[in-house]
Unconditional design. Structure first.
Length: 145
């Protein structure tokens, strides 16, 4: 199963970069059973307000999130995720919130986490960290699909 960072979900609705928008929209649309990490759901609603001047209303973000929840599994953080995030902060150069995202992905047994921000490490404990926008999207297909 795959998961997405907030930035990928936002790009799907951000017309300022049509290439990233197309890649994000296609990647999200083809996922039928991804994991929606709780942190991403919350950040998405908060950060989507930046797109209001571009015509993407908060109500649109709520509707999109509701649609994702119908198809994807929402994973809530546990204390073990917080503890693992603390370990990741100590061993890698992640911010705490990025470490929480990685720890939650590991806890949910996510295979690939798509994020524009987590590019320093291609894999952590079996979790692949993929920037879907690298090389204009040539690398966004998991497992060579």
């Amino acid at each position: 199963m795959n998961a997405f960072d907030t930035n990928v979900l936002l790009y799907a609705h951000d017309p300022r970069n049509p290439s990233k928008q197309a890649i994000a929209a296609e990647l999200i649309q083809r996922e039928r059973s991804a994991v929606l990490l709780w942190q991403v759901a919350c950040e998405y609603l908060s950060a989507s307000r930046k797109l209001v001047p571009l015509g993407y209303r908060f109500a649109d973000a709520q509707k999109d999130l509701d649609d994702l929840r119908l198809a994807w599994t929402l994973m809530l953080p546990t204390w073990s995720v917080v503890e693992r995030a603390s370990d990741l902060v100590a061993h890698y150069s992640f911010s705490f919130w990025d470490a929480m995202l990685v720890a939650a992905g590991l806890d949910a047994k996510v295979e690939t986490l798509f994020s524009e921000d987590l590019t320093a490490y291609p894999e952590i404990d079996g979790l692949r960290l993929v920037n879907p926008f690298a090389e204009l999207g040539d690398r966004f297909m998991p497992h060579g699909e």
